[in-house]
Design a protein around this ligand. Structure first.
Ligand code: SAM
Length: 235
């Protein structure tokens, strides 16, 4: 059974109905840009569709919770359907779980990380410190995400190495400056209609992430109950 089939079964098991979802969408006809948010918020609160076995965390080596993995899974699948030839990117790979999930879909993925932990932390903005989230077994991680294009080194200095147009980007860098630079780069290089998901917008320990996102994006952003921020470039 595919992950999507497991999720559909989970919704069916807890009494979910496509009719309810369609009714909800009809109820918000003007909220076209927030369509995804309303849909996801409703699904999340009501059905907890990430409650599948094995869980995302059992399937993938990730620091993210199952609900956040579910969101990334859904949006990236959607973008892959719309832009089957476009690559995707992850900024902040750590042990590789998200990158691996994207690779499993058959997508070309650019994986940006120092692989030796956080850089660009600044006590003025960030509660995190340089060196946190260092990957112990770097070779093991590189083997785990074999097939990804590895861009190893410190953001922002590595960003200019890649000149691509992405359909989907995941940004999970935990600190202000790296997030600011990665989001600026990602928004310049995302296809019209493409999606960027930023982790930790709602985390008390990552206030610099929220500040960076708010400085760059005034509109086109939707805050999810998972703490993630979804940004879509208009078509
Ligand atoms: C919270 S972890 C990412 C978790 C990962 N997305 C997952 O699914 O498990 C944050 C990552 O950002 C990376 N990072 C932080 N600052 C960076 C910078 N300036 N340049 C490149 N990578 C950075 C760290 O090395 C770490 O791997």
């Amino acid at each position: 059974m595919t992950i999507q089939e497991k999720i559909d079964k989970r919704i069916e098991d807890v009494g979910g109905s496509k009719k309810i979802i369609e009714g909800l969408i009809d109820h918000y006809p003007s909220e076209t840009t927030n369509y995804g948010c309303i849909f996801e918020g409703f699904i999340l609160a009501r059905y907890k569709p990430w409650d599948i076995t094995p869980t995302y965390k059992e399937m993938y080596r990730t620091a993210l919770s199952n609900d956040r993995m579910y969101i990334i899974d859904q949006y990236s699948s959607n973008m892959y359907k719309q832009f089957p030839d476009a690559p995707m990117a992850e900024f902040g790979v750590y042990t590789g779980g998200v990158t691996c999930m994207l690779l499993d879909k058959g997508i070309k993925v650019f994986a940006f990380d120092t692989f030796c932990g956080i850089k660009q932390a600044n006590a003025r903005h960030d509660a995190h410190e340089n060196g946190e989230y260092a990957v112990g077994d770097v070779q093991g991680t590189l083997d785990y995400i074999q097939g990804a294009v590895i861009i190893e080194g410190e953001i922002p200095f590595t960003l200019s190495q890649v000149d691509e147009k992405f359909s989907f980007c995941h940004i999970d860098l935990d600190v202000y400056r790296a997030t600011h630079q990665a989001l600026w780069y990602a928004y310049q290089n995302i296809l019209p209609g493409g999606v960027i998901i930023c982790d930790d917008y709602g985390m008390e320990t990552c206030k610099g992430v929220k500040q960076a996102i708010d400085e760059i994006m005034v509109g086109n952003k939707v805050y999810l109950p998972t703490g993630q921020m979804v940004i879509q470039k208009p078509c």
